[in-house]
Design a protein around this ligand. Sequence first.
Ligand code: CAA
Length: 259
Amino acid sequence: MQYEYILTEAAYKPHIALIQLNRPKELNALNLQLMQEIKHALATFDQIDDIRCIIITGNERAFAAGADIKQMENRTAIDMLKIDQFETWDQIRKTRKPVIAAVSGFCLGGGCELAMTCDMIVASETAKFGQPEIKLAIMPGAGGTQRLTKAVGKALAMEMVLTGKFITAEQALDAGLINRVVPEELYLEEAVKLASEVAAQSPVAVRLAKESVLKAFDSGLQEGLYFERKNFYMCFASSDQKEGMNAFVEKRKPQFTGR
Ligand code: CAA
């Protein structure tokens, strides 16, 4: 597939693939095609064994300033229902490999929701997070009321969603929305560092562990614990588990193969 609105590099760094949103003039506003392209790129990278972690980024000025308002302006509820754009987002969520958002500048509306759909967020000091949909007389539709609330708690989520106010990267870090804040010139490099730390682990264990952490978002404790336990036992079916434990005993660095 030829992409129009994203740039991709399957071998950006060892075991790390990159997806860069590329509608800079529109502050990377997420139109339907761009979302389809992200979905396609993620599904493709998910199938490539050598890739162990994926980074999604924008540019210094904007990660993404939300869903494309111009594309939605004249739509009816039935148009929205038929297009059912959030089905694409559900597919994005199903990516098995860890996905890290490297965020600078505006990270708003659907942009913030896209970052929250990723597994971790690394931000530049200039990043601004917000769900400003209320100012358009709509509300978040791609997880903003759910994932934001789970990440930062009711008080801040309610304030952000009902007033549309933005928060800074430092505030987002304090609130538990993101993982790291670094100077603007380092945010992508920092995301690569984090991705490399993940990529150094066993891909099998990483996949099972990611699945298990996500399970905590949509299950009760007991169900989540059973799920975790099954995945824990499953790790023992991998040769990486033997290698990891053997390397520990032999006091050497493990070599994980994803088998
Ligand atoms: N959709 C479409 N175009 C957008 C856009 C968006 N979400 N955000 C910015 N743009 C366009 C602007 O229209 C402008 O285009 P023109 O040059 O053709 O006029 C260009 O990007 C640059 O933007 P500004 O001139 O507005 O830049 P600024 O620095 O003055 O302001 C901003 C930046 C505060 C981010 C402002 O652009 C803004 O408020 N954007 C909209 C943010 C928003 O409301 N996002 C939520 C969208 S709805 C949604 O996401 C629903 C959902 O849950 C999925």
